[in-house]
Design a protein around this ligand. Structure first.
Ligand SMILES: Nc1ncnc2c1ncn2[C@@H]1O[C@H](COP(=O)(O)OP(=O)(O)O)[C@@H](O)[C@H]1O
Ligand SMILES: [Mg+2]
Length: 199
């Protein structure tokens, strides 16, 4: 029903049933509704008083804030296997491990801020906690992690392009995540600006 760019998880009938706007039929309309919801979430993020990005509850709350106006399942973990992501039954446990690791990376200065954020982002999308919105959620989550734990500015993910659309920049982003799936972090570190592009 909704045409996805490469590296996105297609929605299934159960997820589409959770759409709060029954009249929408095109990908463009869906993108706009989601984008408006995300804009509201960004205001909430900037104005909020509490919320630790390394707590599972806040990770889910962030997703609900970003997508809860559009999807009734926002903020709840995925229950279906997808082409990306671990088995649904492992999500909660693997997320807890990631959040603990990220806290350790920050407390013990294991990585430079941008490297820690890139690794946090990659593992979050690799786990793929939600049925949709994982890329957008995990990019904002990484930026909140940078701010909260390193007092560091956000990553320039888009570089003037739209990461939600099929383009060279997105291809590079997806390829860098695939490399990281195989243990090679150099492309994602280059992508986020943690290291210089290799010659
Ligand atoms: N091989 C991969 N390994 C890890 N993450 C991936 C891979 N391929 C795609 N992704 C991530 O999954 C996201 C797509 O999942 P999706 O839930 O549709 O997010 P969104 O709706 O925000 O685009 C991509 O933006 C990217 O962050
Ligand atoms: Mg998607």
């Amino acid at each position: 029903m909704f045409k996805e760019p490469d590296g996105a998880t297609p929605l299934g009938p159960d997820e589409i049933r959770g759409l709060k706007f029954k009249h929408i039929t095109t990908r463009g309309e869906l993108d706009e509704l989601e984008q408006a919801n995300i804009q509201e979430a960004l205001l909430w993020i900037n104005g909020r008083k509490r919320g630790d990005i390394l707590q599972e509850e806040f990770v889910r709350t962030l997703h609900r804030r970003m997508f809860g106006g559009v999807w009734d399942w926002a903020g709840t973990f995925r229950q279906r296997e997808m082409n990306i992501g671990i088995e649904p039954v492992q999500i909660a446990q693997q997320l807890t491990i990631l959040l603990g690791n990220a806290r350790y990376w920050a407390d013990e200065h294991v990585f430079e801020p941008l490297e820690a954020a890139a690794r946090f982002h990659h593992r979050m999308v690799e786990i793929h906690p939600f049925s949709n919105g994982n890329g957008r959620h995990a990019r904002i989550a990484a930026d909140i992690f940078l701010k909260q734990y390193y007092d560091h500015g956000p990553i320039d993910w888009a570089r003037g392009q739209d990461l939600q659309l099929q383009n060279d920049h997105r291809d590079q982003y997806i390829a860098s995540l695939q490399a990281a799936d195989g243990g090679n972090f150099e492309p994602i570190l280059t992508f986020v600006g943690a290291i210089e592009a290799p010659q």
